[in-house]
Design a protein around this ligand. Sequence first.
Ligand SMILES: *Cc1c(COP(=O)(O)O)cnc(C)c1O
Length: 819
Amino acid sequence: MNKPLDLPELDHPAPGAVAIRRALLNHLIYTVGKDPLTATDRDWFFASAAVLRERMIERWMETMRSYYVQDRKRVYYLSMEFLMGRSMMNSMLNICCEKEFQDALDDLADAGLKPERLREMEHDAALGNGGLGRLAACFLDSMATLGVAGYGYGIRYEYGMFHQSIEGGQQVEHPDNWLRYGNPWEFPRPEVLYPVQFHGRVVDYVDNHGRRHSQWVDTSEVMAMAYDTPIPGYATGTVNNMRLWAAKSSRDFDLNYFNEGNYIRAVQDKNESENLSKVLYPSDSTEMGRELRLKQQYFFVSASLQDMLYRFAKSNLPLAQLPQKVAIQLNDTHPSIGIAELMRILLDLQQLDWERAWGITVRTFAYTNHTLMPEALETWPVALFERVLPRHLQIIYEINHRFLKDVMHRYPDDPSLWRRVSLIEEGSEKRVRMAHLAVVGSHRVNGVAQIHTRLMKETIFADFHRLWPDKIVNMTNGVTQRRWLHQANPALSDLLSSRIGKGWLKDLSKLRELTPLAQDAPFRAAFAQVKLANKSRLAQLILQRQGLEVDPRSMFDVQVKRIHEYKRQLLNVLHVITLYNRIREGADVPARTVIFAGKAAPAYHMAKLVIRLINDVADVVNSDVQVRGLLKVVFIPNYDVSTAEVIIPAADLSEQISTAGTEASGTGNMKLALNGALTIGTLDGANVEMREEIGAENFFIFGLTADEVAAQRAAGYNPWLHYDNDAQLQQVLHMLRDGYFSPDEPGRYKAVFDALTYGGDRFMLLADYALYVACQEAVSALYRDPEAWTTRAILNVAGMGKFSSDRAIAQYAKGIWNV
Ligand SMILES: *Cc1c(COP(=O)(O)O)cnc(C)c1O
């Protein structure tokens, strides 16, 4: 048990290049089963993964064992999404032997191995939509690096985020069959198997002591099987665990069908229950309220809670001690059914009384809110809940009853308050408000940037803030500098380390030491050289993938993120068209390459229309000789973590232009600034704090503030006022309306024009248009002075120390988890 499995010949010597080389050959032959003579790039990738994985296992076991022996308080991060990307470079860096491994790979070139192709063989683990899922991945990295006993719990989707291709200018979705060649990082645990119940009904009974109890019976059952993935910390012995659940049918065959000779039907049933973990819902920041989605949520939450309580039981402590040993963090409301589930376990299975069960539950859970937008706040029809989780609905009603009784006691004359805070939304169709369940059932609720937390207190959760003034706290997001600077941008990492040492890899605040180097001409030249090389690398990718030539000396103006109206890619397009018109009129501007990437939810028609518009504008602009190479537009397909790792280090300008008050934090903004892009953005999300840290003089801010947006909306915002007073804006909008970019179908973008005018311009693009265009002129002016630009780029990197997920996790640990 204590002695790990070894392959013949391999005796875990110091991880030098020679030993790694031998291990690679061993694994190619004995694990992958291939002769070096015929091995493909993929075979070599699997051999490399096996070597790295082997080096993680002992530390992983040692970490788990030490948590157990020390009886450490565990942090469970419950998330429907983990957007991990690739793991090979990360394991190499974190486990030991980045340099030696690279040397070993170079060494094996004569055996047919092509190191640069190997990396590309790994399929992204894209079990998430965007920022929320990537945050979860950064948090796992930071928890492991800081030695927090943190576990990620989620779903092992068989199909992750769809693959996007662009055909005829339009998004086409393809299934992401990421497990086709196997996943070398995961360990299936067929013995870690929990039953999860659905449907059925509730019966009440009275026990021997005359106490009333409820029992959930006649349920149908699905099994949850664990798959574990090691999460190595950086330069530490710690290797944490991410446990994802796959649905398995509870029996291989339903014996009834089998006895009736209906073998086919029995197998079909098996498939149906296994559908639960089949596919990730590809919609970001909007909810679609489908039964399968609710079942996915309960499925993984139920299995995770059973697993945590099994682990807790080994400590032999009474359940009253649970909050001292367990912290559960809800990544958005998606896992908030866990609050009702823990109550059910404590009440129905452990027979605790309500008050004790509720005290334990509230002190164990904490909830992270990710959005203020009403359409993104999850609610479920009561009728659906009653059918799928009848006992949980009862418990939610009881939570609500007791909560409202308390509110009525404190505010007896305010029935509209009672209605507003209720966990049940009344109306033609009654619905359960999951955000209210999460707030009432948690001891802490956090926003993800200062402005977002302030707006939570002032708007969606204002009533709750009045009830519990200490419950809502701020935990500004961060990203892991190991992946987003060191791995994605090795040249910049080396340059920084050569001047300030490698301390920033574990303590990002050390980047402040770069401040004086902004005045150092040789450093500036080296910094600019790195940026240019990264831009050339991206230009290569664009040429390969799209056959489009772009000039690395032009300004790379980058907006990469999910396509969403609130993120205002369309405002960027309006600027592109404005610039196009000015260039055709003879304006002299510095050359720009405007780069977009991002996926639209498959059913989000306006977002898909924006993708098509970007591609149509690109066609017109890129083939117009009058543009004289001063403007190029590129839409890079299939934005995912691996694509981000190539685009972000190459950006000069980072577009963070959401309507103020809509982007909770953003993390793309952080990754870009960390890689030396200047930001053009609104005072929204973490942009506000980034500007504070970096200095307003190094940051391009424009547009309405969140308070101004709210005031204009309250007063009745009228987009026509801006339209009527701005000839340049009119010209741009008319080009859209009249089919300038879609001559084959002139009405194609009429809906875009209408949304911005007759439709009321929900995200106030027209209000910010002139300010945005003016701000872009200031950007262009600065770009004409390369020394000044690079100085500011360096100061941006120097100011990003706060935005490490290490800092965020340290704050959660102290302020919420008490670890
Ligand atoms: C960081 C990241 C995001 C989030 O970007 P925002 O600009 O904050 O919305 C989305 N997708 C991927 C692949 C990312 O790496």
